[in-house]
Design a protein around this ligand. Structure first.
Ligand SMILES: Nc1ncnc2c1ncn2[C@@H]1O[C@H](COP(=O)(O)OP(=O)(O)O)[C@@H](O)[C@H]1O
Ligand SMILES: [Mg+2]
Length: 438
């Protein structure tokens, strides 16, 4: 029998060794999809293999890598060996390749993949944390492998956290790969790339350069933060004891807490610190915050902190005040859209500490509308994910600091400037017409 001859670009060669997790990430045109498709065919040909090709959302087989795999089978002259059916490909040695969207699986039905040897997640930047949590323990057979190919979008995306985080799992082989590494990079793609760089270098740097997206589509504050960065307002912002500190909190239902620390100096809002934690009791957090070397003015918390908790028979507000953190102000219940507008008007007045607020800034950058991956459209509501806690706390800050500023308002005969803000798509969800806190 003749041998299969396969050329593999140098950047991808580390992935030829066995590994529990294999990842190739980078911009478009790096030969990632072609590489994994070839590896899938070779592996299924040379040993009996059950493999699943996965995407987060797959509405039809057309969206899958099915055709690419068929092309590779043809290229290797293996059409006799493989039987190509509608939804699966079978090998004469008992190999099986199927194509699935994660939306097709529940916690229960995903068990059908337990005997699989390989799961290849294509466009893995879209893979949700929930999907990844389902998938990892399911692919559990001895020697099984999880393959990921993706174009990085954000460092808090599930596959980036897993494979490019501080501690990738044992047995992972992860390589960056770009169009420069692709010896077959075709002219059509090169032309397209050049046009993209000419039109929108930032976006091109993400699509082709493989860097994280600066401005995520559907993001509420990313542009404003980008401007803040450009104009030097994300910098070192030390605490100035001549003015008190205001804090604003989000107390998440899943035990996440986020807190912003701000000071007001004339029209400038200085964001001096940010705190984020999970699974720590509110009392403990309140103690910690009280101990920080800041002189506080007020602490703003969500409107429901005055509800009594069944377990402790106290309200969250009382719990904080009991350890000496006061005064706690329960925020008013205003529509989310208005809070977002308040943030958008406040952000241009903010200077933010780059280091102490790093995680908070990340959350604000990533805070975005729900995206319907299936329909490929953005919704009107914010997406609830890791970024919502920091973003919700910042909303609390913006809404409440407006009241503080109102109280300190300049006398009537002075010139008062108001920002004009367009409500745009949020108008319909807003209960208050033309609400403009600043
Ligand atoms: N093994 C290969 N053999 C022939 N051409 C390839 C191969 N790998 C990549 N190419 C060419 O490079 C292009 C980009 O590869 P692709 O795998 O789609 O990149 P990525 O998935 O990284 O965006 C393909 O459309 C194809 O023209
Ligand atoms: Mg690809």
């Amino acid at each position: 029998m003749s041998k299969l001859r396969v050329e593999v670009p140098e950047a991808l060669q580390p992935l030829l060794k066995p590994g529990r997790y294999k990842g190739a990430y980078g911009g478009r045109g790096g030969a990632k999809s072609h590489f994994f498709a070839e590896q899938m065919v070779i592996r299924s040909f040379s040993q009996t293999t059950r493999a699943v090709c996965i995407r987060e959302v797959q509405n039809s087989l057309k969206e899958s890598v099915r055709q690419l795999i068929i092309d590779k089978i043809e290229k290797f002259g293996l059409l006799e060996f493989f039987q190509v059916l509608d939804a699966e490909i079978r090998g004469k040695n008992g190999s099986l390749i199927i194509f699935k969207g994660m939306q097709a699986y529940s916690a229960d039905s995903i068990k059908s993949l337990e005997g699989y040897d390989i799961a290849w997640v294509e466009e893995a930047q879209s893979l949700s944390h929930v999907s990844l949590r389902l998938l990892r323990p399911t692919i559990r057979k001895e020697g099984s492998e999880l393959w990921f190919s993706w174009n990085p979008r954000h460092k808090r995306d599930a596959c980036d956290e897993l494979l490019r985080g501080a501690q990738p799992p044992r047995g992972s082989i992860v390589v960056p790969v770009g169009w420069q590494d692709n010896p077959w990079f075709p002219k059509v793609l090169r032309d397209e790339m050049e046009q993209d760089y000419a039109r929108d270098p930032e976006m091109a740097d993400h699509i082709w350069g493989g860097n994280y997206e600066v401005v995520t589509e559907g993001a509420y504050y990313a542009k404003l933060l980008f401007e803040a960065e450009k104009s030097g307002r994300i910098t070192s912002v030390p605490y100035d004891p001549s003015e008190p500190v205001y804090t604003a909190w989000d107390l998440g239902l899943d035990d996440s807490t986020a807190i912003w620390f701000a000071q007001i100096f004339g029209s400038e809002i200085r964001i001096i610190d940010y705190f984020e934690t999970r699974n720590v009791a509110l009392i403990e957090i309140a103690k910690q915050i009280k101990e920080l070397p800041y002189v506080y003015a007020e602490h703003y918390m969500p409107h429901d902190i005055e509800t009594r908790e069944i377990s402790t028979a106290t309200t969250r507000k009382q719990q904080c005040e009991n350890v000496g953190l006061k005064p706690i102000i329960a925020g008013s219940k205003i529509p989310v859209a208005d809070g977002i507008n308040a943030v958008r008007t406040m952000l241009p007045k903010c200077v933010i500490d780059k280091i102490k607020c790093e995680k908070g800034i990340e959350a604000l950058q990533a805070y975005r509308t729900e995206r319907n991956e299936e329909k490929d459209i953005f919704g009107a509501k914010p997406l609830h994910d890791w970024s919502s806690h920091g973003a919700d706390a910042f909303r609390e800050l913006a809404v409440n600091l407006f009241d503080v500023k109102q109280a300190k308002r300049v006398p009537d005969n002075a010139v008062v400037e108001y920002d004009v803000f367009a409500h745009g798509q949020f108008q319909e969800t807003s209960g208050i017409e033309d609400y403009n806190p600043w």
